[in-house]
Write a protein that binds this ligand. Structure first.
Ligand code: PGA
Length: 249
């Protein structure tokens, strides 16, 4: 496995005060580690809090859960990649299942967001994943490779772009149902070979994370699975104690 990435997606939890308390508790228990990277995706209003709290920790990065692809302008409620960068983000989450399924985000919009992140000098984490219906219909491979191809289709100079993939089966997110380590590995292997077709040996350097009902009890097993280079965690990342257990898995 590559140096693993443990990523916390707080979703709409932990505003600035809670984020500050979380970071104090988490960093007090998490000594600097050179063998893994932690990324925290707080709500945008708490981005500066997380970035400031972890400013002297190279192994703990702040990320942003969503951006708009435009640089600036009349887009009420949105933030741009450069604004997120200014607030301390190093990574942009793109195409999370809730963005796609609750807010109707399309592959074409994901592609513009990946490109905007890359253009701003940020890395992006593109999420892909199938619904249970799609899995049962045998469409998983076709769907995730399509989401990958479309998602990065606007990113210039992809071969040198800094990005991460996250395989998050929609049916496993927030449901308590986790893909088995074997199922996760199988899909990650498909994504890896698709990446090789796209960017050759550079594909082997792209981390592929698993996400979907990761908890302190299943994190180590998933992390040990072939082709699983890290974890993207929602519910179990909101409280410092369970996040600490996962970050140290
Ligand atoms: P979950 O969410 O860990 O609560 O299933 C994962 C995610 O949405 O990134």
């Amino acid at each position: 496995m590559k140096r693993p990435i443990l990523a916390a997606n707080w979703k709409m939890n932990n505003g600035p005060s809670a984020a500050k308390a979380f970071m104090e508790a988490f960093l007090a228990g998490y000594s600097p580690r050179s063998d893994r990277t932690v990324i925290i995706f707080p709500p945008a209003v708490a981005l500066t809090t997380v970035a400031t709290s972890s400013a002297n920790r190279k192994d703990v990065l702040a990320g942003v859960q969503n951006i708009h692809w435009a640089e600036k302008g009349a887009f009420t409620g949105e933030i741009s990649a450069t604004m997120a960068k200014d607030a301390g983000a190093k990574v942009v989450l793109v195409g999370h299942s809730e963005r796609r399924h609750v807010f109707g985000e399309t592959d074409a919009q994901c592609a513009k967001k990946c490109q905007a992140a890359s253009r701003a000098g940020l890395s992006f984490m593109l999420c892909v994943g199938e619904t249970m219906q799609q899995r049962e219909a045998g469409e998983t491979e076709r769907l995730v490779t399509h989401q990958l191809r479309e998602g990065v289709s606007q990113t210039q100079n992809l071969i040198s772009a800094d990005f991460i993939l996250a395989y998050e089966p929609v049916w496993a997110i927030g449901t308590g149902l986790t893909a088995s380590a074997g199922d996760a590995s199988a899909v990650h292997t498909v994504l890896r070979s698709e990446l090789r077709q796209m960017i050759g040996t550079r594909a082997d350097e792209i981390p592929i994370l698993y996400g979907g009902s990761v908890s302190p009890s299943n994190a180590a097993g998933l992390l040990a699975a072939p082709e699983v280079d890290g974890l993207l965690v929602g519910g179990a990342s909101v409280e410092p104690s369970s996040w600490l257990a996962i970050a140290q898995a």
